[in-house]
Design a protein around this ligand. Structure first.
Ligand code: ATP
Length: 770
């Protein structure tokens, strides 16, 4: 590892004794410490400096080398941001003997230390780290002493050794920490022998990095480990496109492309390697498809749990006459008359173990959900007041949705408690409390916005559903599919095995909503120029891309003058980059809506400024704080380091009256939300939506994407941009159908169940007698 030493010697460093630790976050291995400078090749003349970075458990009064860069902090001045560090080991013989016989090396006295240094010289430590057998050269050194010495050297130097070696490949301290947690002292041996193992074992370790390291260590382009890691990487990447598997041929070609070794590698070599990985259970090859195991088993688990629930038949059928009477009573109480589809949906839901309810906006999905809950409660003589039950667990209904906002809407419209699926299943950031051994309590579960649920979450949810529970999935199949892999709702529907009702008749349109009319025209491919003429709740403002920002600003200005609350206006765009992209729109709207003032505190993250009063969106699930991907909040405070006990800068964001505190490392978990992506808007609704549409959005212009954006608006929709781009978008189907095998699995597994049902399954409704 000579090159490692050389590389480190060239780097900028500060050598110094650690005086005291200012701050330490053990979970993140992040520390800030004051050191007295002993030596440096930086242009720095002060005697002391603050160092900070992802290191932990450094000893006070011990001397270290810190490798990094200076950073100027607005309040605290110059600080040294550490990328790598190592303990200073004296390089004189006497210094090294004193070090080896110190308390750090249990059981090694001065005599033994002298012998070791005598034989191995000033570089004794690195020799022992690189090859423990070098101690065999020392005559008379007891086996036990040797073992103790090797163990202590590793304990004291192991992590640093890993950090330093990895830093020469530009792998930072945070990743080094992950690597060390998995491999401990073996990390560097593994990296040298087979850097590709990192791709398998370490989350977030990229194939390209491993490939670079392998090249430097002279591994051949056709090495089986390289091919294996390439296969895994290609499959992992395909998840980003929503695939559950890749067809074997496609997988093989993508691997050859990735490995860039067309001349050296044939298709059959890759296919054979995939077979070996299959034997090792690192991938699953089945019927010409290649899966990552977690996805194969998610599909498998979901279908078998679904079968388990469907197999458990309902105890008794409620006679149609009784259902008709009950539904009639509900109609009287709610002062409405259900349409035929709506009646059938309620009747079918009461009699189905698992059922799907779909429909576009304003077709009465919420009205029918309320009808189903009411009818079920009446049929079974149950109270709908949670207070009437001794324990929370006794309440028969579970209402859930994939996002916080969707759950909140469901709860508001039904006046019953509703939670996110993650919370329902007790997700703690690592695992779910609820599963096949600890199932959910309740009799009837309603899962809203089911189109957003991916195959992993669907599997976890179904594991926890008891045999006798009835299940209702609700969703709009024309919306975007889940962000994660799979297309569960669409596969369930196209299998044809799960009873389903589609609501087609639009009720809100009757109240004169142009938005709903437009959504249905897009859905049914009947949209014309007439469909986008201005109306009381709809406008199409024509403008070019370069006028877009001005156009949006004018709309906000006008809204403000009209006395509308700008918080009710949400801009939805398909992509971050571009002149009319989310980043640019956010920057301009921040200036308009929440401009810089002397009083408002700010923090800067790269080139983005966040200030108190900014509207922001959460980008990841943070179950420990009760905030989830897609939740929108407002920055309500920014605290400086000296204003809190933790001594760190903090940003406080308020989400629906719940405040969450972020420290700098978590600032990447949120971004501005004056404009958000259409993908992130799924499951949410906003009073006023502005949707920019320009031709440079290009391949993002798809029917389901625009449909999803339009259906987010409750009261008013303003589309601004280019009409040709809009029509191109709504006329472009998303042809990238995801590779999934759920539909086939359902067909195989459910065919027997449904054969028996076909006999007595006959849909009768009162409308058949009218
Ligand atoms: N049978 C009916 N008779 C009269 N009004 C109805 C009927 N069904 C639904 N509505 C009304 O139509 C409107 C839309 O219904 P609802 O909110 O249930 O639809 P939705 O499919 O949930 O819509 P969205 O997805 O847009 O929220 C509501 O105002 C509702 O009261």
């Amino acid at each position: 590892m000579e090159f490692v030493r050389e590389a480190m010697e060239e780097r900028k460093f500060i050598k110094g004794k650690l005086l005291y630790t200012i701050f330490q976050n053990d979970a993140e291995h992040f520390s800030i410490a004051k050191i007295s400078v002993e030596e440096t090749n930086e242009d720095f003349k002060e005697k002391q400096v603050v160092v900070k970075g992802h290191f932990a458990n450094l000893q006070e009064h011990t001397t270290y080398y810190f490798y990094g860069d200076f950073e100027k902090h607005a309040k605290f001045g110059l600080q040294y941001k550490v990328h790598a560090f190592k303990t200073y080991i004296p390089d004189t013989k006497d210094g090294l003997i004193a070090y080896l016989s110190s308390d750090l090396f249990y059981g090694i006295g001065e005599k033994t230390a002298s012998r070791v240094v005598g034989y191995l010289g000033e570089s004794a430590i690195s020799k022992i780290l690189n090859d423990p057998d070098c101690l065999n050269e020392i005559p008379g050194l007891k086996k036990e002493t040797k073992e103790r010495l090797v163990k202590s050297v590793h304990e004291n130097q192991g992590f640093e050794h890993v950090v330093i070696n990895l830093s020469t490949y530009n792998i930072g301290l945070k990743m080094a920490q992950k690597v060390y947690e998995v491999y401990k002292e073996e990390a560097i041996d593994i990296l040298t022998d087979d850097p590709y193992r990192y791709v398998f074992d370490i989350e977030g370790f990229g194939f390209k990095t491993a490939d670079e390291i392998a090249k430097q260590n002279g591994l051949s382009l056709t090495h089986p480990n390289r091919i294996g890691a390439g296969c895994i990487y290609v499959l992992q990447t395909s998840i980003q496109d929503g695939h559950v598997y890749l067809p074997l041929d496609q997988c093989v070609y993508q691997v050859i492309d990735l490995l860039n070794a067309r001349n050296e590698l044939s298709e059959s070599v890759i296919a054979e390697r995939l077979e070996e990985l299959n034997t090792e259970k690192k991938v699953i090859v089945k019927e010409g498809n290649v899966y990552l195991p977690s996805l194969y088993y998610a599909e498998d688990g979901f279908s078998s749990h679904l079968k388990r629930v469907i197999d458990h038949k309902l105890e008794e059928e409620t006679p149609l006459a009784e259902v008709m009477k009950i539904i009639g009573d509900i109609e009287e109480q709610e002062v409405l008359s259900y349409g035929k589809e709506q009646f059938n949906a309620i009747n079918q839901a009461i009699h189905s173990k698992v059922m799907i309810l779909t429909g576009g906006p304003g077709t009465g999905k919420t009205t029918v959900i309320k009808g189903i809950i009411n009818a079920y409660a009446r049929v079974h003589g149950l109270s709908l007041n949670p207070k009437d039950y001794d324990k929370k667990a006794d309440f028969p209904f579970i209402l859930t949705a994939p996002t916080g906002r969707a759950a909140k809407r469901l709860s508001e419209s039904t006046a019953l408690p509703a939670v996110t699926i993650h919370r329902l299943l007790g997700w703690n950031g690592n695992e779910f409390d609820k599963d096949e051994n600890e199932k959910l309590d309740g009799k009837f579960i309603i899962v809203d916005e089911f189109s957003m649920v991916d195959i992993w979450l669907a599997n976890h949810l179904f594991k926890a559903i008891p045999d006798d529970m009835q299940v209702l999935f609700v969703g709009d199949e024309d919306q975007l599919p889940s962000v994660g892999p799979g297309q569960v709702l669409s596969d369930l529907l196209s299998s044809g095995f799960i009873p389903s009702t589609t609501l087609n008749e639009v009720y809100r349109q009757k109240e004169g909503s142009k938005i709903i009319q437009l959504a249905h025209e897009i859905k049914n491919d009947t949209c014309t120029m007439d469909s986008i003429t201005n109306d009381k709740d709809f406008s199409f403002i024509s403008c070019h891309e370069y006028q877009m920002i001005d156009c949006i600003i004018q709309i906000f200005d006008r809204a403000k003058k009209k006395g509308l609350n700008v918080k009710d206006i949400q801009v939805l765009a398909p992509m971050y980059r571009s002149q009319a992209g989310i980043t640019m729109i956010n920057r301009e709207l921040q200036q308009l809506i929440n401009p810089k003032t002397k009083q408002k505190r700010e923090v800067r993250v790269n080139d983005v400024v966040y200030r108190v009063g900014d509207k922001v969106i959460q980008l990841v699930n943070q179950p420990e704080d009760g905030v989830y991907n897609g939740d929108i909040g407002e920055i309500v405070a920014i605290f400086r380091e000296d204003e809190n006990q933790e001594n760190v800068e903090q940003v406080v964001i308020s989400f629906d009256e719940k405040d969450v505190v972020y420290v700098r490392k978590d600032y990447i978990n949120f971004t501005h939300a004056y404009c958000i992506s259409i993908h992130k808007s799924q499951g949410s609704e906003f009073p006023i939506v502005i949707m920019p549409v320009v031709s440079t959005y290009n391949r993002m212009l798809r029917k389901n994407l625009l449909y999803t954006a339009i259906t987010r608006s409750k009261e008013s929709l303003i589309i601004c941009g280019e009409k040709p781009a809009f029509f191109k978008g709504i006329g472009t189907m998303d042809t990238n159908r995801r590779h999934t095998t759920l539909e086939e699995r359902l067909k195989e597994i459910l065919v027997d169940v449904l054969k028996t049902e076909e006999v007595d399954e006959e849909e009768i409704s009162p409308y058949d007698f009218m």
